[in-house]
Design a protein around this ligand. Structure first.
Ligand code: 13P
Ligand code: SF4
Length: 380
């Protein structure tokens, strides 16, 4: 049985004393640890992080870019990941490739400042459920029933499952390339765990909806009849992102009516109804690039996490930018990384008592790395 993860806790400086420190003191203490640790430390930050946290990132990016950064890291001994759990796991797997460890002379320590920063979508596919699904598909369709493709928003054990079964990991930036890669090997894909990214990408490739059944892990045969599975090109795991689900077609209609000519751009984790009404769809990096490249005066309504949309508003005062929903909704787990947690994690690291160390069990890491390396070979 593959282990997902292990976390190392040492009896370091306790968190409680950091909770009530004023932001100015936290900022100054974080800056001082960074200076002390120099290039042996790198802080990675996902675009959904709070402004005061992302300000400390040595590199900020989408899931693809941050994975690349971890994979290319030769010298640094510690990565503090301001993002969510699956991102830190991925950084550990890629930064601690045996070749890198031997050239560096040690493992890189990967720290997630708050262990409660998970991803609810990643939690929607447990390894036991995926193995059960695979067993049922094998009984119905024969051996090697599909190529498994997992969105990076998944546990290390699911990535390892893809590594074992000739599959690949993808991000929202290269999902189409990953599906093309998978179809070049076999005519059917099991796409985990985000049904929306899988469906939106499949539709973009001209695959009809009735060839993309949904697999509900709580029902026999995923709630499908055997014929539907035989016809399937992409079997979509029934997972979703609760943040991106809040965007609805009526929000697009509202903005189009109120501001004729407005451009709508959304993340592919949104439903197909929303994606089909948008002008553009793409990863967080594509959203940032597209808005930045648009002429002054352009109006945008953006369907992705609130912190990124607010940052874009601030960075582009020459454009009019709206959040594509009247309901203010942010990724509450990304939000858990705050200055007290960052400062606590860094000071413990500097004191030699690292806390919240993310270390994927070696066998799982090795298998997951196979599928992650394939992902990095597919252009974003
Ligand atoms: P990106 O890879 O586009 O940054 O998306 C990550 C994510 O979790 C979106 O919800
Ligand atoms: Fe997960 Fe959604 Fe948060 Fe992204 S926005 S980390 S998919 S819960």
């Amino acid at each position: 049985m593959l282990e997902t993860i292990s976390t190392r806790q040492s009896a370091g400086i306790s968190f409680s004393e950091f909770k009530s420190l004023p932001p100015e003191e936290l900022t100054q203490r974080i800056a001082s640890v960074r200076e002390r640790l120099g290039p042996s430390l790198v802080i990675l930050g996902h675009h959904y992080q709070r402004d005061e946290v992302i300000a400390f990132a040595d590199a900020r990016g989408d899931s693809y870019k941050l994975s690349q950064y971890a994979a290319e890291n030769r010298d640094c001994r510690a990565i503090v990941f301001c993002g969510v759990h699956f991102m830190a796991e991925t950084a550990d797997i890629l930064a601690n490739d045996p070749e890198r460890v031997s050239s560096r002379g040690c493992r890189a320590t990967v720290v997630l400042p708050d262990l409660a920063a998970g991803c609810s979508m990643a939690d929607m596919a447990a390894l036991e459920q995926v193995e059960e699904c695979w067993q049922e598909l094998t009984e119905t369709l024969g051996p090697d029933p599909a190529t498994p493709v997992t969105y990076i928003n998944s546990a290390a054990s699911i990535k390892a499952f893809c590594g074992i079964h000739g599959g690949v990991v993808c991000t929202s930036a290269n999902a189409r390339g990953a599906l093309e890669w998978a179809f070049a090997r076999k005519n059917r894909v099991l796409f985990l765990p985000d049904q929306h990214l899988g469906r939106n990408t499949g539709l973009q490739m001209g695959i009809p909806l009735d060839e993309m059944p949904v697999w509900d892990p709580n029902q026999p045969l995923g709630g499908n009849d055997p014929d539907a599975l035989r016809r399937a090109r992409i079997i979509l795991w029934r997972g979703h992102c609760s943040v991106h689900q809040i965007f609805r077609p009526e929000h697009v209609h509202y903005f189009r009516e109120k501001y004729p000519g407005i451009r709508i751009i959304v993340h592919p984790e949104c439903t197909m109804e929303v994606v089909s009404l948008a002008d553009e769809v793409g990863s967080t990096s594509k959203i940032i690039r597209t808005v930045a490249a648009s002429p002054p005066g352009t109006r945008w309504a953006i369907g992705t996490e609130l912190h990124l949309v607010n940052r874009l508003k601030h960075e582009h005062p020459d454009k009019e930018i709206f959040f594509l929903s009247p309901v203010v909704c942010m990724c509450s787990t990304m939000f858990r990384i705050d200055l007290p947690h960052l400062c606590w994690a860094l000071e413990n690291l500097a004191a030699g008592t690292p806390v919240n160390v993310i270390e994927v069990e070696p066998e799982t890491a090795q298998l997951a790395r196979v599928a992650l390396r394939r992902m990095l070979e597919i252009q974003s």
